[in-house]
Design a protein around this ligand. Structure first.
Ligand code: TLP
Length: 346
């Protein structure tokens, strides 16, 4: 039986050309900044995001946590959206690694109301933690791959500037936002002091992320990468996969978005299955199963028996992500199987 795996866009396997590019990459000791392939990738990324410099790191989590540490002092507060990855899925790292607390604010579709942001900034008073950083996410994973509108980002930038706060963007899937809207990575990154992007999600590289910012920011980021055990020596082998991914797999993300839409619209027809189609803006489909008699975990287990893998994201929420390995035929097969299983009320 064929397996169709929608659990994440992190699951992709490098193809033979990517493996060949990796095998042939010139390498050096990157802790000494002497790996030519990593240096090239960092230049490409600084250029693409319009920042002075970039640093290759092992993961999106490491990129975000390095940025938080550079921008803050222990005891500071970081404003983020309540469903943000840094708040929900980074193992409490901001508290442990940077000694900061997060101040989560609810924002529909992952988009914060500028007034709520302003209200959350702490007054200068010795009782309060000092607000230091605003961290946004684009696209927003837990909200279903939603795109953060640039105009809203600019409004928050204004507030940040007025209060002398730094801005960080978790742009693990900024590639998707850029392809979906036609807005460049650079334009999206401009309002931020730092931005992280992942190569190992929709782009399909096996390992690696990057954090971009000013030269001074990256100098400090370099120290934290070492401190976190992230100095990887001849990691140009990995950077070569990332360079291949940017060249070959960036623009094709539109196909993933198209397939996610088809899947979402079909699933939304099944009784008890609700997909808020407004959230299906890129490659993530969140299925609300609260009207089904079965839990998300039970539905995921049944789908698994039929060769379809999805993720129970919450007791009544399932996530399906389209990516490099999901074909039009697989979307059709998935819809056929789900139609047989779920076109009558559960
Ligand atoms: N997201 C993973 C899981 O952790 C949920 C996934 O399968 O989607 N920022 C965002 C917005 C992310 O979605 C992720 C990974 C990260 C950061 C962390 O990246 P890694 O896994 O490389 O540390």
């Amino acid at each position: 039986m064929e397996t169709i795996d929608f659990r994440s866009d992190t699951l992709t396997q490098p193809n033979s050309e990517m493996r060949e590019a990796m095998a042939n990459a010139p390498v050096g000791d990157d802790v000494f900044a002497e790996d030519p392939t990593i240096n090239k990738l960092q230049e490409v990324m600084a250029d693409l995001t319009g920042k002075e410099a970039a640093l290759f790191v092992s993961s999106g989590t490491q990129a975000n946590q390095i940025a938080i540490n550079v921008h803050t002092q222990p005891g500071n507060e970081v404003i983020c959206e309540a469903n943000a990855h840094i708040y929900n899925y980074e193992a409490g790292a901001p508290a442990l690694l940077s000694g900061v607390q997060l101040h989560p604010i609810k924002g529909p579709y992952g988009v914060l109301d500028p007034e709520d942001v302003e209200a959350a900034i702490r007054p200068t008073d010795h009782h309060f933690p000092q607000t230091r950083l605003i961290a946004l996410e684009n696209t927003h994973n837990r909200w279903g791959g939603t795109i953060y509108p640039l105009e809203d980002i600019k409004k928050i930038r204004k507030i940040a500037r007025a209060h002398k706060l730094k801005m960080h963007l978790d742009g693990a899937r900024l590639w998707n936002a850029s392809v979906a809207t036609g807005i460049s990575l650079e334009a999206y990154a401009k309002p931020f002091d730092s931005v992280s992007l992942c190569f190992s999600k929709g782009l399909g590289a096996p390992v690696g992320s990057v954090v971009c910012g000013s030269r001074a920011f990256i100098e400090q980021a370099h120290s934290y990468r070492k401190l976190y055990g992230g100095g990887m020596r001849q990691a140009g082998i990995l950077a070569a996969g990332a360079l291949y991914a940017i060249e070959h797999n960036f623009k094709r993300l539109a196909e993933d978005h198209r397939r996610a839409r088809i899947l979402a619209e079909a699933i939304n027809q099944f009784p008890g299955f609700v997909v808020n189609l407004k959230t299906v803006q890129t490659n993530i489909v969140i299925i609300d199963t609260s009207l089904c008699r079965k839990s998300a975990a039970e539905i995921v287990a049944t789908l698994d028996e039929h060769g379809i893998k999805m993720m129970a994201f919450a007791p009544t929420r399932i996530r399906a992500v389209t990516h490099l390995h999901i074909t039009d035929e697989q979307i059709d097969t998935t819809i056929d199987i789900m139609t047989k299983l779920y076109s009558v009320k559960q």
